[in-house]
Write a new protein. Structure first.
Length: 419
């Protein structure tokens, strides 16, 4: 891809950059920024709310995008992503007063290229699913395929992008180099090169070899962090940097300025292990958690979990992570149990409501959704709570329905929330 923006696309981007800055300068964003800081420091007044748009953006972005060039469209999409939540849904997402740009970095587990097979609808316009082509079948027979992981950072390409974007919109919207959270998902990377069934059998058939492999994943991940420290590309994760799972890093715990280069323990990290829901807590503790615990020790603060239920491994594993600040309470989680465990703790109850209410029926069942949210608010009473709606793949092209969805959450918080 050529890193270039032509004159026509430049004018389009400048108009959208002006719109982002206009929204960013509203008093609403100053207030929400303070609320996010207080929330992540366990001093919030109410649950924070975010509707993650990425999974249904195909219903939102096409009619709002005008650029023709490939790189210009990437920039345009980022600008729209920066402000459309405020413009369309009025949730608690802050519109930044800058254009965020991350360093180009990569990590290829064991040097194995991930291959994906896709399937689409008849017109080819929409993906209906995908399948990762396995490279590892029998762990013992294929162990020789596990080479040193390949990882790095391309500073030159990053600075080229920064230069081109600044030339186009920098006088309107500053371009800010950022580091999003350190994202570590070992079991997800593993099932991208090994069928989940084969991964499960490998723990039984070759327990010591499997543990060795997980240890290598931890060591390679940490080696990647050391490289980024050496390259001095780590930047503070204390403001609007993405934390994964539809949330942000705002905090006063981690350093915002240092008289030395930042290291991984100065940063926020994220981990999950959705792929191990089929094993027992005993097996998770024996085969998976040592790798996760070792990597987690490299972070200053940690956010944990995606769709997997965390309650089965809370007491024996996750509760032992001293830097844990947020934990995902998914639709498959025992939310009452986790409310009891997190009440009065230093860990945020990060609730992910069921996406079915917004994403399945064309007409929003307000009464059913209110009951769903009310149950979560009751379960999390006494906790620091956050609500992120994720995994909605269609809103049936109905922005008003999504906006109303957020209004209902706000109304239920006003009526029912007790901290």
């Amino acid at each position: 891809m050529e890193i270039y923006i032509n004159q026509s696309d430049r004018e389009i981007l400048r108009a959208k950059a002006r719109r982002q800055m206009e929204l960013a300068q509203m008093e609403r964003n100053r207030k929400l920024t303070k609320m996010w800081y207080d929330h992540n420091e366990l001093q919030g007044e109410r649950p924070m709310i975010h509707l993650e748009m990425e999974t249904f953006s195909h219903e939102i972005l096409p009619q709002r995008m005008s650029c023709q060039g490939e790189f210009a469209r990437i920039v345009e999409k980022q600008i729209l992503d920066n402000y459309l939540n405020q413009e369309l849904f009025d949730d608690d997402r802050v519109t930044p007063d800058y254009y965020p740009l991350e360093y180009d970095r990569w990590f290829t587990l064991f040097g194995i290229e991930v291959k994906v097979q896709h399937t689409s609808n008849l017109s080819g316009s929409e993906s209906l699913g995908h399948h990762f082509v396995p490279v590892l079948k029998d762990l013992e027979d294929d162990y020789h395929k596990l080479k040193q992981s390949d990882f790095g950072v391309d500073i030159a390409s990053t600075m080229k992008k920064k230069e081109v974007i600044e030339d186009a919109i920098g006088d309107i919207l500053p371009v800010k180099l950022i580091t999003s959270c350190l994202y570590a998902v070992p079991t997800q990377m593993l099932v991208h090169i090994m069928d989940m069934q084969d991964m499960m059998f490998a723990m039984y058939d070759y327990p010591e070899l499997f543990k060795e492999m997980m240890g290598r994943i931890a060591d390679d991940t940490i080696a990647w962090y050391r490289l980024m420290e050496e390259k001095q590309i780590f930047l503070p994760t204390v403001a609007g940097e993405p934390l994964g799972q539809g949330t942000w890093c705002y905090n006063r715990t981690l350093p915002a300025r240092l008289d030395r280069p930042f290291v991984s323990t100065d940063l926020f990290g994220f981990m999950d292990s959705q792929e191990t829901v089929g094993i027992s807590p005993d097996m998770f503790e024996e085969f998976i958690f040592p790798c996760y615990q070792k990597i987690a020790s490299q972070f200053g603060l940690l956010s944990y979990g995606c769709c997997e239920p965390v309650h089965p491994i809370w007491e024996r594993c996750l509760s032992k992570l001293p830097n844990l600040r947020k934990i995902s309470i998914s639709p498959w989680c025992d939310e009452e149990y986790m409310g009891e465990q997190l009440r009065g703790s230093h860990v945020i109850y990060h609730r992910k409501p069921s996406p079915n209410f917004l994403g399945v029926d064309e007409i929003l069942d307000e009464d059913a959704f209110r009951a769903h949210i009310r149950r979560s608010l009751t379960a999390a009473a006494g906790c620091e709570m956050e609500i992120t709606q994720r995994d909605v793949y269609t809103i049936h092209h109905n922005i008003d329905k999504a906006h109303r969805y957020i209004e209902i959450i706000k109304e239920e918080i006003a009526n029912c929330w007790q901290k």
